[in-house]
Design a protein around this ligand. Structure first.
Ligand SMILES: [Zn+2]
Length: 276
């Protein structure tokens, strides 16, 4: 499932689209597009998908991506489990089908949203205020989160810290992979109750969240089943995972065996020797 580094890698790769007119849009699967209220039915106004508009900015908060039009209209993209935003080379093909929404751009290229498993989708928002309102429900972005932010949001909670890190209202953009990786880097056991962590722990954890996410962005995001950069290539960050999906293998820090468990219904990998 794409997390902050994957979505940020997509956002950066969409830089060539910024400033380019959107000539038209074709929607092959009407039910991947929702209006501001989340409705999927009704007449679909192509202007709501930036047809006849121009992309002025590609923005991100947490795992959400937004294309902001010169008109002020916003196309908000959730990649969900398997969503992709692709920018094939002119004349290039999109392999695998499922091209659910296809924009034709003024420079002859196409921008494609495909989501084979359809847990993601597109929301048409009327203006930047609607986007700001939505994003105000999210916690601080993972690249900017501080120990004070985490202590304030989670400090009194009896939840396990791993489960709490997945709460997008506490910190936006961290999912299962980077929660495990950040806790290993911070040497904090995923099962620890939030309320047992002190301010120094929150500071160290926030710093590790930021650096783990930054490192993964440098590697272009993780190669998961369905994740692709807009040019169709896979990212390199998976090779850098230190505990995620490595249960039974040895810890790169201490050589001890990495443990695997289910925590809050999510697979969780950690090193019992390093993390307390
Ligand atoms: Zn270890």
């Amino acid at each position: 499932m794409p997390e902050l580094p994957e979505v940020e890698s997509v956002r950066r790769a969409l830089a060539p689209v910024v400033g380019v007119p959107v000539v038209g849009v074709r929607v092959a699967r009407r039910d991947v597009v929702r209006d501001e209220a989340g409705r999927r039915r009704g007449r679909l106004d192509p202007a709501g998908l930036l047809a006849g508009d121009r992309v002025e900015a590609a923005e991100r908060k947490g795992k959400q991506l937004a294309l902001v039009g010169a008109s002020g209209r916003v196309v908000l993209v959730h990649l969900g489990m398997s969503g992709q935003v692709l920018l094939p080379a002119p004349g290039g093909r999109v392999s695998g089908g499922h091209a659910h929404v296809v924009w034709t751009l003024g420079d002859g290229r196409r921008l494609v949203f495909r989501d084979p498993r359809r847990f993601g989708g597109i929301w048409m928002l009327p203006d930047p205020d609607a986007l700001a309102e939505r994003w105000s429900r999210l916690g601080p972005d993972g690249l900017a989160v501080t120990g004070a932010d985490l202590a304030r949001a989670l400090g009194g909670s009896r939840r396990a810290v791993k489960a709490a890190l997945l709460d997008q209202a506490a910190v936006a953009g961290v999912g299962n992979i980077y929660a495990d990786e950040s806790l290993h880097a911070a040497r904090i056991a995923p099962t620890r109750a939030c309320a047992s962590l002190g301010r120094a722990d929150w500071d160290r954890l926030a710093s590790c969240v930021r650096s783990v996410l930054r490192g993964a962005i440098r590697a272009g995001g993780s190669t998961l089943r369905d994740y692709r950069l807009p040019d169709g290539s896979a990212g390199e960050a998976a090779r850098r995972h230190r505990v995620y999906a490595r249960a039974g293998q040895s810890c790169p820090d201490c050589g001890g065996e990495i443990a695997g468990m289910l925590l809050a219904q999510r697979s969780t990998c950690w090193c019992p020797s390093c993390q307390h």
